[in-house]
Design a protein around this ligand. Structure first.
Ligand SMILES: *Cc1c(COP(=O)(O)O)cnc(C)c1O
Length: 860
């Protein structure tokens, strides 16, 4: 029988145990081993059975156990220490406070961080993969550094799906309901005790209401909007049903709730708690793009016009793009968006044509994918944020090319998109044993023993999960004796776990099944592989790949050496990263924007074996692992051939380098064979010591704070209503006059210059009615190739000399210094200049000489 309703009985803790509630409701327990240990000791069996979930634990622990603990002085002392430690952590000044006082108060008073998903712990299942887990790590690092961040997201009633397998290996999806009352959440309430609400207007006179839940991530509040409230109609109640589910309209309304509702929720949160208002808004990918238009609307209510408001909003907004894969970017038909905005919809105070134009894909933007231009959430993000970035150096470059069409006339390198390489939260992702034991002074034998212990724990975890999966697939206990012999704690262990979009190539390792089998069953140097991953529910192709892998792994000849574990999630991931020796990553370069699983593995001393994509392109070093070469030339354009070449390279690496290195136990030591793989351990040490520190989320967050948040806060403060109006007027005037701006004449010495010498330059430019202060005239110099393209350009500002001549043209002068021999070229250009613009390409305006590309001179 099924219940028609559910509710949970709130536990009443005896007075001396009240602080347990505080510990369980601050998610810091999830990255603080001492707190976790204390919570576990409340009821070790219940902790295990309840999925290591403190809120559930306190809801199920028996009254007599609580009474016993309330009288246990040893326990109470430990409890007091743990709570005292948490309170210190929450209140003491940390890195941010010191950095802010050094910077004279320049850092933002608060930052709102918007994301469609947050992976904080397995017990708050509100994530699907890398984007959400990164968001969780971002908040945790903000907490550790003391950054005043507010996380903003949606609370999905069914989260993301749970995965099981059918008997023939087909992915099955399940959506267990998530009851907010059983999660570490508290409702945000008005002073009269009623729940705080936000509302949105939907077409047809409907209203979407949502309540606001708060999770506490260390020092950082995370507010989550939930549309499952009684006053909503059934359709509106379902807006926050699932992560990435439903059709276009469903997604659009979800994103309206996240962006527009999210800003309203932040305002309510600050009003009700006294938290400072955010000076910076950060969008983690485009899904929250409507936060920009909502803030334009807020300013419109103060009588600020659309353009001035857009400048003001842009100043304090940061946008991070996360993928070059078109499927990862939300696009909506303009008709659908138009129906939801303007009269009879949301943001009725704004001109809906202007709003539509903000998201419209310009010609030549390659994210567009197929069909006519659409309303593109990444494009909206880029147009409403003055600062933007990709998530690795390579991905920054790829994004600059991909979005160059938004700044026509500029070279892709000048696209104002920077890069901050992702990082991962070390306390979350480093196994407790590694945190406790790893110091550079461990001997090789101790380090090897530590790695073996972690591998052995993984082996046990795999067997338990595999048995459960087979039971679920219909096998009886008696048939499963073989599971006790699956994997071997002394065999080289590879991990491959991630979502299953096609570019990640889950089945590349199956390209030549015979060769893979030989690797797995090698008599002296065998390999074992643990694979996991979920395919998007609508992705039949992805499910076929999973099935292919499962069928291979079901074969009795290899099933002790390769397993597919269903239901990849944070809890399983932690165990995998720690227990594997090698983390395999073989995406189609350059589609893996960063990839973070290999970073988490590395923090545990796991070596990487990866295509040079994402972060590995930046930090690859033969001491940290191996690079899988990428097919180039003609083969790169033929998917079958390319995969065959890259798979063959992978097998060869495993056969000739990885396995021999792991099994080489010949290192001599104290007069005898140590039995240890010397080179391997050297690589483990290098990975932990030299690579680990770069991979941490606190490094990433400091880069965001100094490179993005602080300048954004500065720009936000500078853009008062008057300044925004002035800047908007400036932009208007410049756009109006620009057709009359021209480089008319360039004069330079005709003698070929010599190395170390300089070329004097004099140019005449027409500026229409603009004063010289409104522009910058630059020489652009650099090496040139056969078709006169300037490589590695350097920008040299030229100075005005005197007033305009009779025809109204201005003279500019300067000198080019020649540091390098060989073919060299230059050109001259005029750009708008204003102290509140952050990038040269920002207004998308540029004037070049009519004869561009420029005259050249060869320097010898
Ligand atoms: C880190 C992580 C991811 C993302 O891994 P990628 O390497 O970016 O694909 C996905 N799921 C879980 C559970 C993770 O921990």
């Amino acid at each position: 029988m099924k219940a028609i309703r559910r509710f949970s009985v709130r536990p009443v803790l005896p007075e001396p145990l009240r602080p347990l509630h505080e510990l369980a409701h601050n998610l810091r327990w999830s990255w603080h081993p001492e707190t976790r240990e204390l919570l576990r000791s409340v009821d070790p069996q219940g902790w295990q059975a309840g999925g290591e979930d403190p809120v559930r634990l306190l809801g199920t622990v028996r009254a007599d156990r609580l009474a016993a603990l309330a009288a246990d002085r040893g326990f109470l002392r430990r409890l007091e220490v743990a709570v005292g430690d948490l309170r210190d952590y929450l209140t003491e000044p940390r890195w941010y406070q010191q950095a802010d006082s050094r910077a004279g108060g320049e850092l933002p008073r608060a930052i709102a961080y918007f994301s469609p998903e947050f992976g904080i712990t397995a017990t708050l299942p509100q994530y699907s993969g890398g984007l959400g887990i990164l968001a969780g790590d971002h908040l945790k690092a903000a907490s550790d550094l003391g950054a005043p961040m507010i996380g903003v997201g949606l609370l999905y009633r069914y989260g993301y799906f749970r995965q099981t397998l059918s008997p023939d290996g087909w992915q099955q999806e399940h959506y267990p309901v998530v009851d907010p009352h059983e999660l570490p959440l508290t409702p945000l309430t008005e002073p009269d005790g009623s729940p705080a609400r936000v509302t949105l207007a939907l077409p047809g006179g409907r209203t979407l209401a949502a309540r606001i839940w708060q999770a506490q991530v260390g020092r950082v509040p995370l507010i989550l909007l939930d549309s499952a409230v009684a006053e909503n109609g059934p359709a509106e109640r379902d807006v926050t049903d699932r992560l990435y589910g439903g059709g276009s309209e469903h997604r659009l309304v979800q994103e309206m709730l996240l962006g527009i509702g999210g800003v309203r929720a932040v305002r309510a949160f600050c009003r009700l708690t006294g938290h400072p208002e955010p000076e910076v808004f950060h969008m983690n990918e485009g899904h929250a793009g409507f936060l920009g238009p909502e803030r334009i609307r807020e300013l419109a209510a103060y009588g600020i016009g659309f353009d001035s408001a857009l400048w003001a909003v842009r100043a304090g907004t940061v946008f991070t793009t996360h993928t070059p894969v078109p499927d990862g970017i939300d696009r909506f038909s303009e008709e659908l968006v138009a129906r939801h905005f303007g009269e009879g919809g949301e943001l009725a105070a704004l001109d809906s044509r202007r709003l539509l134009a903000l998201g419209r894909e310009p010609e030549g933007v390659t994210v567009s994918g197929e069909g006519p231009p659409q309303f593109n959430m990444a494009v909206l993000g880029l147009r409403t944020a003055q600062r933007a970035n990709g998530v690795s150096a390579l991905h920054g470059r790829v994004s600059r090319g991909m979005f160059a069409g938004l700044w026509p006339g500029f070279d892709p390198e000048e696209t104002p998109i920077g890069a901050v390489t992702n990082g991962v939260h070390a306390p979350t992702w480093t196994a407790d044993a590694v945190q406790r034991q790893w110091t550079g002074s461990l001997t090789d034998a101790e380090l090897w023993e530590l790695r073996r212990t972690l591998r052995e724990q993984l082996v046990h975890e795999v067997r338990a999960r595999l048995r459960a999966s087979w039971r679920q697939r219909g096998a009886g206990h008696a048939e499963l004796g073989w599971v006790d012999d699956v994997l071997d704690p002394d065999v080289l262990t590879l991990g491959f776990a991630r979502r299953v979009p096609s570019y990640k190539r889950l089945t590349l390792m199956l390209k030549d099944p015979k060769r893979l089998r030989a690797l797995l069953l090698h008599p002296q140097r065998p390999l074992q592989i643990v694979v996991a991953g979920k395919a998007h529910p609508a992705d039949e192709g992805g499910k076929r790949l999973i099935q292919e892998l499962v069928r291979f792994a079901d074969d009795p000849a290899v099933r002790h050496r390769i397993v597919f574990l269903p239901d990849y999630g944070m809890a399983m991931a932690r165990c995998l990263y720690a227990g594997c020796d090698v983390w395999l990553n073989n995406p189609l370069r350059p589609l893996e924007a960063c990839g973070t699983s290999g970073m988490k593995a590395a923090l545990n001393g796991c070596l990487n074996l990866s295509v040079r994509d994402g972060w590995w392109d930046e930090w690859f070093d033969p001491d940290f692992g191996w690079e899988i070469p990428t097919a180039d030339g003609q083969a790169a354009a033929e998917p079958e051939r390319r995969d065959a070449i890259e798979a063959a390279a992978l097998y060869t690496l495993l056969e000739q380098q990885v396995a021999p290195c792991f099994y080489d136990r010949g290192a001599w030591n104290h007069g005898g064979a140590s039995g240890l793989p010397g080179r391997w351990l050297e690589m483990v040490r290098a990975t932990l010591d030299r690579l680990g520190p770069k991979l941490r989320a606190d490094r990433m967050l400091r880069e965001y704070i100094t490179g993005y948040y602080a300048p954004a806060a500065g720009a936000h403060r500078a853009l008062t209503a008057e300044a925004a109006e002035e800047l908007s007027g400036f932009a208007d005037r410049v756009r109006r006059e620009w057709p009359r701006v021209a480089v008319d004449h360039v004069e330079a010495a005709t003698e070929p210059p010599t190395l170390g010498g300089s070329v004097p330059l004099r140019v005449r430019v027409a500026l229409g009615d603009l004063p010289p202060s409104a522009v910058e005239v630059q020489a652009v110099t650099g090496r040139v190739d056969g078709d006169d393209t300037l490589a590695e350009p350097v920008y040299v500002p030229l100075k005005p000399n005197g007033g305009p001549d009779l025809s109204g043209r201005w003279t500019y002068e300067g000198e080019l210094t020649l540091h390098r021999p060989g073919p060299f070229g230059y050109t001259v250009r005029v750009l708008p200049a204003h102290p509140l613009l952050s990038a040269r390409a920002e207004l998308g305006l540029l004037a070049l000489p009519p004869e561009a590309p420029a005259d050249q001179a060869a320097a010898r």
